[in-house]
Structure formats: structure tokens, C-alpha cells
Design a protein around this ligand. Structure first.
Ligand code: ADP
Ligand code: MG
Length: 657
């Protein structure tokens, strides 16, 4: 029968900066199954170092360690974790219970890393009953006394039915009465067949063991057996014992992952304020992006509606170069259009449905003591339909009034406000450039187009404008309505040809230009594109800042929970288990921040549309993107802290203060 444990000339040296400590200097030791071994010695003699190597929490620098004849030093980190989970149960002086969990959850924790299916509550309760704590299962460790906490730790050590129990000063933090109880439990377990290896420096505690090994300065000083030496092993099947190295099911097996989710949730809830503060960056970023995107979409939608109402098959023709738009005057030759041109263009049916001439300029409008300088627009009869300016109050001028050059005016709402205040302007007489006009209608409000107030306008018949007010015999521009959107280009070409013929222009003379609304649409959509790029960069920056916040808090969390990580590794957590646990936590935080942000954003946009009357449109895409980005932020910024946690060495993590 092979011994459970065989150490051959094991050395362990610690390096702290320049100095080195030889904690173990050639320890050889054999332990048979079913033994109860106490390791004694003065503080610093290497007892814990030895136990850590025996418990696979640490590896020797030199020498061999065999379990049932298998050399375990060659095993990988994860394989050793699997062995710790299967073979070993640990009891520490500091208990190392997880304070946020109930004691049942503490006891069944090793099962998360076993890869076995089931919730193992019953197993946990059974072990708690074994240590006399079945009536406290709902309590958290903080509600228990030290002795009770150590009993919970023993129950945890037993839940996987280990072969060997490793106890490092299990009674070190307990009074005499509690110490005796703990020792009775350990003794009982040993009598049932478990191998127990215990470190202590108290002789009366060591007296429970049948074999006492005394250490000094990293070597074994004496090794004494009492009461007839080794008892026979409880089971005889140890020769056939095979080491289970796998550590169980893959990470994604349902039990493991659900366990991680539950723990992440617990840990986020345990630090509510802190979690909320650390996801604030993500929350604010996502909320503002959702709200702004809703506003942007709403504005775009409203703009498109407005364009539709303006007539999207509208063309405008102006004198002046196509290249230097807006600065036509004085920039070389300019074609001057007349009403005859309008008639000729209107005759281009069926390509053209309608055409109207416009003569515009500026005007000084006066009513009683009020004085207002405004835009004067001389319009043809069809202007009302083509530009959607048929007055909702009052009326448009008639064809007769246009022909007779009558002095009638339709005023925009800005002009009404400036000249009349709240009085009704219809039927009143105003002066425009010192000429009396009768107000016959109010133009429908159009709002601003860019910086231009479309309602700061007085519309009069184009004939009146040219011959009575502005004193010129040509038009500023001509509006043309193509018969359908598909033929805008054909209409443009036909008009271009017609004008060149009528005005005897050569093909490359650049003295007039034709613009269509699709151009304006293009301009608008490029504006909205710029806007969404701006929004995108705001989103990127806020997610970056938020992500750094998450990374920061995750690093704090890893540091804070170093001992927890050590404990988890001791009971069999593999590298990836720890990594996944922290990743799930950081993604959990960013997702919840993102979701609260989405709801806040929708709330803000609803408020804006309700109180400010702004057009908003929350798109499903923006919600989807926001969620996806919060997940990615969590993954990206959680990765480094999670790696840091996963790379911790179990022993060092357990010693962390
Ligand atoms: P014991 O448990 O018998 O009190 P330890 O095995 O804990 O002794 O420590 C043996 C020696 O090794 C001591 O001098 C201790 O300071 C040193 N030592 C133990 N662990 C470490 C470590 N992680 N880093 C540096 N020195 C250590
Ligand atoms: Mg010690």
C-alpha cells in the first residue's frame, strides 16, 4: 500500500528583495492514510510552509512530493487546483469565510469548482449538522462566534469528502472551550478514517494527535508516534486510487456560470453606492447619447417633413455663378431674368408643372410708431402653392391684383409681432419703403432655416415689387416645380438649355445657376452626419471615462478581496474561474449602468418632447448599440483587473492583510 503523502528532501526558499529566507531545508516525510499528524515548532520554524506544500497551495523549489506515488509537482496550476478540490479540505486559523454569503453558501462553495451538477444544499446542511450548526444555516459568518465560524470552515472542508484535512493552527484564534470542541470534531473525523495534518504550537492541542512532528529552522527535529503507532487505514482500496486532475466540467457548464452570475450580483448589491458611483460615467454617457440621438433623429425627421411640405421637386434659378453662390453680385456677368423667362419655363410642360418669378430685396415696414426692417419678397401667383405659403389667416392675392400691381401684403408672424403686437393686422395699412400697403393675410409660420428667420418676411405681388417698390425690371430668382421627383434632372437640363438659348449664352458661360432641393437635402444630411459623428465621439469619450472608472473600482475590488481569491483558489478555483468571476462582475456593472442609462435617456427625451415640444425619436438601434457598448466596455476594462486576480498565488493571497 502506497502512503498518501511522501516528501523527499523538500526545500523552500522565499526571496524578499535582497534577503532570502530558507523556510524549509530538506524535509522528508511519509504519512499513511488515516494518520493524525500534528506539526509543532516555534514560530517561524517552517510549519506553515510545510503544510502549504503538502496542501498543494505552494510548490517546493527542490525535492519531490508524491501523493499515492504520483509526482504532483509537475502538474499544472489548474491540475493542482483540481486536486485541492478533490483531495484536500483546508481549515485556517483565520477561518477565511466569505462574509457576504450565508453559511450554507460558504459550505457549498467548493462545489462550484467541482464541475458537478446540482445545488448541493443538502450536502452542505448535512456537514453543518455534523459540526452542530444545522440551526444557523441562514446566518452570515458575522453573526457567529469564532468557534462557530471555525466549525463552518470545517464543514466547508468536508463538503467534497476529502481524503486529507489540512489544518493550520485551527484553534489559534479560539478560547480553551471552543478549542476543545474543534479538536473533538477533528479527532472524530480522524476516527472515521480521514487523514488529518495539523499545525499547532500548543502541546495540549498536539496531544490529540497520534504522531507529533517537531520542526526547527526548516528541518524536522523529531517525529514521535504514540499509542502504538499507525492505525490501519479505513479503506484498503488506496492502491487503485487515481488522481482526478480535470477539476471538472468546462467553465461554461451551467452550474458554474450561474454560480458566477449569482455571486457577481451579490457582490454588486453588497456595495450598492460604490457600484452606482462607479457606473455613473457609463450611465451618464449612455443616457446623454440616447437622448441626443433621439433629438437628432427627431430633428432629422422634422426636417424631412418640412422639406416634403416645401415640395421636394422644387428648383430655384438665380443669376450669378454656380461656383460663388450667395456672392453673385459683382462676381462677373449675371443673367437677369424677366417674367418672359418664367412664361417660357412654364411652357416646358410636361417636365415642368409650375414656375413663378420672385423679386426680393429689403424693406422698411412701418405701422404707427413701430418700425421694422424686414425681407421683402415679390412673388408670383403660384408661389403660394409651390412654397406652401397660403395664409391660414386672411388670404393670398388674386391674379387681378397681381396684374394691376396692387399694393397688398401678406406678412410673416415675426413682422406681425414687431409691428402689431397682439392686435389683428388684417385690413390695416402699413408703409413699406414709404408706400402704403394693405395687409390681407398672415403667412404660415415656418420657423428658422439655419440662422435665417423664415417668418421675418413681407410678401407682395411680384409686379408691385419690381415696378413700385424696388424699382427694377428683372427678377431675383425663379422657382420651378418639376412634375415629379424622377424628372428633376431632365427638367434642370431642359431649363438650362432654354435659358442659354434665350439669353444667347455659350455652353460654358457661368452666369446663372439652378439648384434643387435634393442639394439642400444633401446639405442637411451632411449636417446631421457631422452631428452624429460628434455624438459618436461624445459616446466614445464617456464610455472611455466610464470604463476607466470601472477598471479602477475593479482593481480596488481585487485588492480588497485578495484573501477571498486566495480562499477560492485553495478550495479548487482555477485561473479561469477567478477571471470569469471578475469579468462577469464588471460586465454586470456596465450592463446595469447601461440599462439605467438607457432608461434615463428615454426619460430625458420624453421630458424634452413633453415640456419643450422638441421632436424626439428614440431608435431601437441606439438602444442596441448602447447595450452592446456597455458590455464591451465591461469586458475590455474588466480584463486587466480580472487577470490580476487570476494570477494571484494562493498562498500569498491568503496571507494578504
Ligand atoms: P511558522 O508557520 O512555523 O511560524 P512559516 O512557515 O510561516 O513559519 O515561515 C517560515 C519562515 O519563512 C519565516 O521566517 C517566515 O518569515 C518566512 N516566510 C514564510 N512565508 C513567507 C513569504 N511568503 N515570503 C517571505 N517569507 C516568508
Ligand atoms: Mg504558521
Amino acid at each position: 500500500m502506497k502512503p498518501v503523502i511522501e516528501l523527499r528532501d523538500v526545500h523552500r526558499t522565499y526571496h524578499i528583495g535582497e534577503s532570502t529566507v530558507h523556510a524549509l531545508r530538506g524535509v522528508s516525510l511519509t504519512v499513511e492514510q488515516g494518520e493524525f499528524v500534528a506539526i509543532m515548532g516555534a514560530s517561524g520554524s517552517g510549519k506553515s510552509s510545510l503544510l502549504q506544500i503538502l496542501g498543494l497551495l505552494d510548490n517546493p523549489d527542490k525535492g519531490e512530493y508524491l501523493i499515492f506515488g504520483n509526482n504532483v509537482n509537475q502538474l499544472s496550476e489548474d491540475e493542482q487546483a483540481g486536486l485541492r478540490n478533490n483531495l484536500a479540505g483546508f481549515v485556517f486559523q483565520q477561518f477565511h469565510l466569505l462574509r457576504r454569503m450565508s453559511i450554507v453558501d460558504n459550505v457549498r462553495l467548493p462545489h462550484i469548482y467541482s464541475g458537478l451538477k446540482g445545488d448541493f444544499r443538502q450536502e452542505a446542511v448535512r456537514r453543518l449538522a455534523l459540526v452542530g450548526l444545522e440551526h444557523r444555516i441562514g446566518h452570515t459568518p458575522n453573526q457567529l462566534s469564532g468557534g462557530e465560524q471555525q466549525r463552518v470552515a470545517i464543514a466547508r472542508a468536508l463538503v467534497r469528502d476529502p481524503l486529507i484535512i489540512f489544518a493550520d493552527e485551527p484553534t489559534g484564534n479560539l478560547d480553551t472551550k471552543n478549542s476543545a470542541e474543534i479538536m473533538k470534531i477533528l479527532k472524530g473525523l480522524n476516527e472515521e478514517g480521514k487523514t488529518v495534518i495539523m499545525v499547532t504550537h500548543e502541546p495540549d492541542i498536539a496531544a490529540y494527535a497520534e504522531r507529533v512532528i517537531t520542526m526547527r529552522d526548516g528541518v524536522i527535529l523529531s517525529d514521535e508516534r504514540r499509542e502504538g503507532g499507525i492505525r490501519p487505514a479505513a479503506t484498503g482500496a488506496t492502491d487503485a486510487y487515481e488522481l482526478h486532475l480535470s477539476g471538472g466540467a468546462p467553465l461554461w457548464s451551467d452550474g458554474r456560470f450561474v454560480g458566477f452570475m449569482a455571486q457577481a450580483f451579490q457582490s454588486i448589491l453588497a456595495n450598492k453606492i460604490r457600484s452606482l458611483l462607479s457606473v455613473l460615467g457609463i450611465l451618464v454617457g449612455v443616457a446623454s447619447v440616447i437622448a441626443m440621438m433621439a433629438l437628432g433623429e427627431g430633428a432629422k425627421f422634422a426636417m424631412q417633413e418640412q422639406l416634403k411640405s416645401m415640395g421636394s421637386n422644387l428648383l430655384s434659378i438665380r443669376g450669378g455663378s454656380a461656383k460663388i453662390r450667395g456672392a453673385a453680385q459683382g462676381a462677373g456677368a449675371v443673367t437677369r431674368f424677366t417674367m418672359k423667362d418664367v412664361e417660357a419655363i412654364a411652357a416646358l410642360a410636361p417636365l415642368v408643372r409650375n414656375a413663378t418669378g420672385v423679386a426680393s430685396g429689403s424693406g422698411q415696414a412701418v405701422f404707427e410708431n413701430n418700425n421694422w426692417s424686414t425681407n421683402l419678397e415679390g412673388a408670383g401667383y403660384d408661389y403660394a402653392v409651390m412654397r406652401s405659403t397660403t395664409p391660414s389667416i386672411g388670404r393670398w392675392f388674386t391674379r387681378e391684383e397681381l396684374q394691376r400691381r396692387e399694393k397688398v401684403a401678406i406678412v410673416g408672424v415675426t413682422v406681425v409681432r414687431e409691428l402689431f403686437g397682439s392686435a389683428n393686422p388684417i385690413g390695416k395699412t402699413i408703409k413699406i419703403n414709404r408706400i402704403n400697403f394693405k395687409v390681407i393675410g398672415i403667412a404660415p409660420a415656418k420657423g428658422f432655416s439655419g440662422p435665417r428667420d423664415e417668418d421675418d418676411i413681407v410678401i407682395i405681388p411680384v409686379t408691385t415689387a419690381m415696378y413700385r417698390v424696388l424699382g427694377k425690371d428683372y427678377l431675383t430668382s425663379i422657382y420651378v416645380e418639376a412634375s415629379n421627383p424622377a424628372q428633376i434632372e431632365a427638367a434642370e437640363n431642359a431649363i438650362d438649355e432654354l435659358i442659354r438659348k434665350r439669353h444667347r449664352l455659350k455652353a460654358d458661360d457661368d452666369t446663372f445657376n439652378i439648384r434643387d432641393m435634393t442639394e439642400i437635402q444633401k446639405m442637411l444630411s451632411s449636417t446631421t452626419e457631422t452631428m452624429s459623428m460628434l455624438l459618436g465621439s461624445i459616446a466614445a469619450i464617456s464610455l472611455l471615462v466610464g470604463g476607466i472608472g470601472i477598471m479602477n473600482i475593479m482593481l480596488v475590488s481585487v485588492t480588497e478581496r485578495t484573501r477571498e481569491i486566495g480562499l477560492r483558489k485553495a478550495i479548487g478555483a482555477r485561473k479561469n474561474d477567478i477571471m470569469l468571476q471578475f469579468l462577469v462582475e464588471s460586465v454586470g456593472m456596465t450592463i446595469s449602468g447601461g440599462l439605467i442609462g438607457i432608461m434615463t435617456g428615454i426619460g430625458i427625451s420624453l421630458l424634452l418632447s413633453f415640456f419643450a415640444g422638441w421632436a424626439v425619436k428614440t431608435s431601437l438601434l441606439s438602444i442596441f448599440l448602447a447595450t452592446a457598448f456597455s458590455v464591451m466596455t465591461g469586458l475590455f476594462f474588466g480584463l486587466w483587473p480580472a487577470r490580476k486576480a487570476a494570477d494571484l498565488k494562493p498562498v500569498e493571497a491568503l496571507r494578504y492583510e
